[in-house]
Design a protein around this ligand. Structure first.
Ligand code: HEM
Length: 402
């Protein structure tokens, strides 16, 4: 075995990569449960690739065949239901992990200097994931897929001058049909997905260049021992690789429980209208997006002027990109910033409320909640530069706490 490794290492820097990114990559010793999300996201992406590949073997990307081929997978293909639910539930679980991962970044100021690029690339992955999920959503060509596709692609029409042209280009015609499925399938499985993989690679490279943050928001590289290694750091291999493997085990049990016992999660992970074929003559009374996009949809709906609604939604999606520069406080972790901590709790509560209201029918009784929610969400980002400058902070310890 060592002879083989020697042969490989002479031709490929496997030993160097292993040393730099595993055996001698020092990570802070105070990681907590939030730090499982990153490795679990990598696991889930790999599982999506495998289940997606198996689905592709039976999927028919035509307007008349797509829905039927999904039914074939569910009822006729051996273990097809398992593969499909793995893929569909995997999407929702990826978004659960993404939100936990981002919340961790907010709580401990992981977006701050020197990790701005880690955050920005990460947020680009999130935006790309939203697109990836949308393309996948349309592929089964169920009635929900069809109308979601119509509603979302019609937003493009709001683009000044070229809107109508781009809409036809994206749809592959005036309406949704086989041409739409062809291009959405190509994007979902090739171009879009490959860009996501590339971004994940860049995300990890950028993180390993600067090193991981931790719940105290202290730079462990500032306190090194005589051997040159951070005093508050431990090698990733074996300490965190073992921890991550444990996390994978627990997570797979949760994943399996969902697939086996409640694969649609009472219609939240897979909506009932996903079980009826596309019908251009039977529009759905209210097309609501999946739960993970509902907060942005609620903000779109909050304003009766269509253009104002779109502007607010676009702003809401773009603002997190600028977080590294909106936060002006020298202290990173919310552990030592009581005001910032309250702001994050308020943001999470607002986001959850917007997600709930975004799933409700567009009735006047919800309008006030949508408007207040949109203002609170935008307020978090727009007021942060001022509040973070003047907020009182608690003393930050010099070494990480346990
Ligand atoms: C599929 C998508 C993603 C994957 C596979 C991924 C993977 C990872 C991994 C493996 C780590 C190191 C382990 C850890 O700290 O948990 C990490 C750290 C980080 N990620 Fe992601 N990530 C993804 C999306 C995102 C998104 C959407 C954001 C933010 C918008 C983000 C921001 C960060 C930050 C700031 C860190 C450093 C955290 C720290 O050191 O405290 N990531 N990511």
């Amino acid at each position: 075995m060592s002879k083989i490794m020697e042969w490989v290492n002479k031709r490929f820097p496997l030993d160097k990569v292993w040393k730099e990114h595993m055996a001698e990559y020092y990570a802070p010793k105070n990681f907590n449960i939030f730090y499982y999300a990153g490795s679990l996201l990598i696991l889930m992406i790999v599982l999506q690739l495998i289940s997606g590949f198996l689905l592709m073997a039976h999927y028919d990307p035509t307007a008349h065949g797509a829905f039927a081929s999904i039914q074939t997978i569910m009822y006729d293909v051996s273990s097809g239901w398992f593969i499909r639910y793995m893929h569909v539930d995997g999407v929702s679980l990826i978004f659960v992990l993404l939100y936990v991962h981002m919340l961790r970044g907010l709580l401990y100021g992981s977006y701050r200097n020197p990790r701005e690029l880690v955050w920005i690339i990460g947020y680009m992955i999130y935006i790309m994931m939203v697109g990836e999920a949308f393309f996948g959503y349309v592929l089964p060509f169920s009635n929900l897929s069809y109308w979601a596709g119509v509603v979302i692609t019609s937003i493009i029409r709001a683009v000044p001058f070229a809107g109508a042209y781009i809409e036809v280009l994206v749809r592959g015609g005036e309406g949704l049909g086989t041409s739409t499925l062809g291009r959405f399938l190509a994007l979902h499985t090739v171009l879009w997905f490959d860009i996501i993989l590339l971004l994940i690679f860049f995300h990890i490279v950028a993180l390993h260049k600067v090193g991981s943050n931790n719940p105290d928001g202290i730079e462990i590289k500032l306190n090194k021992g005589l051997n040159g290694h951070p005093l508050d750091g431990i090698p990733f291999q074996p300490y965190y690789s073992v921890k991550d493997i444990f996390g994978v085990g627990v997570w797979l049990m949760i994943f399996a429980a969902i697939i086996f016992y409640d694969p649609t999660m009472h219609g939240v992970f897979l909506e009932p209208t996903m079980f009826a074929p596309a019908n251009a003559l039977r529009s759905l009374p209210d097309v609501t997006p999946p739960w993970y996009l509902a907060p942005f949809y609620a903000m779109l709906r909050a304003f009766s002027n269509k253009y104002l609604g779109i502007a607010v939604m676009v702003l809401a999606i773009l603002l997190p990109f600028f977080l590294p520069w909106l936060d002006q406080n020298p202290v990173k972790s919310s552990r030592y910033r009581p005001v910032y901590r309250v702001m994050i709790i308020l943001l999470v509560a607002t986001f959850a409320t917007l997600a709930w209201v975004g799933e409700q029918p567009p009735l006047p009784k919800y309008h006030l909640i949508e408007v207040v929610g949109a203002l609170l969400y935008l307020g978090f980002f727009l007021l942060l530069p001022v509040i973070s400058k003047f907020e009182p902070t608690r003393p930050v310890p010099e070494r990480v706490t346990q």
